[in-house]
Write a protein that binds this ligand. Sequence first.
Ligand code: FMN
Length: 316
Amino acid sequence: MPSPLPPLPSDTILAPMAGVTDVAFRLLCKKDGAGLTVTEMRSAHALARANKAVMRLIDVVPEEAPRCIQLFGQKPEYFVQSAKFLENKGEIIDLNFGCPASQIIQQGAGSALLERPNQIQKIVAAVSSAVNLPVTCKLRLGINSHKINVVKIAQLCEQSGAAMITVHARTQKQGYTGKADWSWIKKVKEAVKIPICGNGDVRTPEDYLRMKTETSCDLVMIGRGAIGNPFLFNQIEEYKKTGKYTPRTQTQQLQDFFAYLKLAEKYNVDFNYIKFHALSFTKGIAGSAQLREKLSRMKTVEEIKKEMEVLTKTIN
Ligand SMILES: Cc1cc2nc3c(=O)[nH]c(=O)nc-3n(C[C@H](O)[C@H](O)[C@H](O)COP(=O)(O)O)c2cc1C
């Protein structure tokens, strides 16, 4: 019997984003109101081979439970072995059938699998019967606009035991460009019974509500809109309750960075993530252009902290 999704405190999900969604950033988004966060994708093949470097990259901590760990790969047996390894490290396993990056497609993984619905079916069936955890799937619409097959694949995922399906409403060919076509989220929602999570181009509380209203999706996943702005989850919660939301101030933006930094230091987050977030949390702040130039050359957390403190004083 496939496991259902556990109850979540909110219907918003922080999207998995390689190079962005480290443990500190995920915890901050949760604190701000995200109902679920997902790790960036990890190779099922490397995990199945007990690759220690990849094992160390599974950076989940009990405080963020339910922990959702995303895997990419191609062969059902590798997915099964790695999912078993993860069984006591997380509460949900997410399977990536959407990544458009060329190095992933060349392995026959990520969105390349959209051309092989039967292989997707085998992977989902194998993983959901091998582990006692809910298995979720993240899909794109298809390879290109002439080959949209997301409805059929969503039905196969449901029949094979998936507990939720996320639809990123773009094709593989679109990459991250063009507009997400939400009408396909609605079509998938009408075709299956399990929860559907809509994804693509949600950047404001108004976008969140519009996606829910237009598609009837159960959950909304947010990626780029949350970069440098975990407060968006907070605003969405407020908007749901009151129809209004508190605008974010620059002070709030920098306070969020320091909250991120505290968590990043606590959990030993790699310096490259910290630098990325220092740059993203200072976007749009007057006078930050020079600082951002400096930040990109910095080599230690102390240097970043010092500069961010100076910037905080200038905006107060
Ligand atoms: C920098 C970056 C890294 C990403 N890494 C992943 C990933 O590891 N796994 C995945 O399923 N999607 C990944 N995505 C796609 C996002 O999860 C999401 O589907 C996409 O950005 C669309 O949502 P948005 O319009 O809210 O950003 C990534 C996106 C970005 C921008």
